[in-house]
Ligand binder design. Structure first.
Ligand SMILES: Cc1ncc(COP(=O)(O)O)c(C=O)c1O
Length: 377
């Protein structure tokens, strides 16, 4: 009955462990801010509904919201206009529609390993072949242009970039962004750049792939920036030609983004921005706490993340990463096993620190106790 597109498409590892957690577990599994959207955005949502903004919006999104996104994204590319912008249902729908619009059977799509759980299934659903490029610990889990260059073939259609990275917490520097862009220009490879954590950066500034290369699809979201993962609203920035093509698919997939949410997010972009700074400062404090605690537990080795809100320690216990996640779950802590993010994630475990410092400390006490009985390699 079902299409072969579903062959090999499994439930994501993040959701598997989450689904097994009980109500007393400490949640360090799913990546969502433990904050609420700022009050003025919530008020704007109610006002939009009360004012009757409950009808379909234009397919590409409200012009005034696209205009506000232009203002925000100008920091990465000065000559951007509304023709470069489409509002989406979170970065998720932007990623899915980009895959749908670009991939053909036989195409190769380069994806990070370890990388966010959508990328390989998206390639497979659209019958393209995912080709993993390594995120190596010895390079701080930052993808290396040489490694990427080596994997390019005449079938390479696109590459997915994700900086800051989920699950690694690494962030690309200006030089790597430039070198990877040059490789893609030379081989006419589309860069699909998932930059949903562009605001959640702790050292230095974020380096975007938006620049002078036409074939870049920048995906972003309000999920993390305004702590509204459940609202499902984001955006895509690309060339007018790519936007025009993908907007046709957007119509047949979702018709249009949600009108009242667009009004609320517009108020968020126009209002005070201090919330983001405070939230990121809180994440930074928690990052320092969880990294230090993990490194104080024998058997874990954890690099200090540069962005996003995940730590991705490697471990040397004589146990698989899936069994370790289950072992921790039984002890009361939800995490995600590293191989959920690709083969190179084996021997790692991901903790999200989008949780209170108190819960992080409690969670790490439990983890310390739970691993003390495990044999080491
Ligand atoms: C790297 C990355 N991309 C995309 C998404 C999905 O974002 P959205 O909520 O905007 O669909 C997530 C969510 O965790 C993510 O970590």
């Amino acid at each position: 009955m079902f299409s072969t597109r579903l062959d090999g498409i499994e439930k994501s590892g993040i959701r598997k462990i989450f689904g097994m957690a009980d109500k007393n577990s400490i949640h360090l599994g799913i990546g969502e801010p433990d904050f609420n959207p700022p009050e003025h955005i919530a008020v704007a949502l109610k006002e939009a509904v009360d004012a009757g903004y409950n009808k379909y919006s234009p397919i590409l999104g409200l012009p005034e919201l696209r205009e506000a996104i232009v203002e925000r994204i100008k920091r990465y590319k000065k000559d951007i206009t509304v023709d470069n912008v489409m509002v989406t249902m979170g970065a998720s729908s932007g990623l899915a529609l980009s895959s749908m619009a670009l991939y053909e059977p036989g195409d190769e799509v380069m994806v990070p390993d370890p990388g966010f759980v959508f990328y390989i299934p998206h390639a497979k659903i659209y019958k393209a072949k995912p080709v993993c490029y390594p995120m190596k610990k010895e390079h701080g889990y930052v993808p290396q242009p040489d490694d990427i260059n080596e994997l390019v073939t005449d079938k390479t259609k696109a590459i997915i970039m994700n900086s800051p990275s989920n699950p690694c917490g690494s962030a690309l520097g200006k030089e790597e962004v430039r070198a990877i862009t040059e490789i893609c220009k030379d081989h006419n490879i589309v860069i699909i750049s998932d930059e949903v954590y562009d605001e959640v950066i702790y050292e230095g500034e974020h380096h975007s792939f938006l620049g002078d290369y036409e074939n870049v699809i920048h995906l972003n979201s309000f999920s993390k920036t305004f702590a509204m993962t459940g609202w499902r609203i984001g955006y895509m920035v690309s060339s007018p030609d790519i936007i025009e093509h993908i907007s046709r698919l957007q119509y047949y997939a979702i018709a249009c983004p949600s009108t009242p949410l667009e009004h609320a997010v517009l108020a968020g972009l126009k209002g005070p921005q201090g919330f983001i700074k405070d939230m990121v400062a809180a994440f930074k404090r928690r990052r320092n706490v969880i990294t230090a605690l993990l490194n104080s537990i024998d058997g874990f080795d954890c690099l200090l993340p540069k962005g996003a809100f995940y730590v991705f320690p490697s471990f040397d216990f004589k146990i698989s990463d899936t069994d370790l996640a289950l072992h921790l779950l039984k002890a009361g802590v939800v995490s995600t096993y590293g191989s959920a993010f690709g083969k190179r994630g084996e021997g790692h475990i991901r903790f999200s620190y989008a949780n209170s410092t108190e819960n992080i400390e409690k969670g790490m006490d439990i983890v310390k106790d739970a691993v003390s009985s495990l044999e080491r390699n």
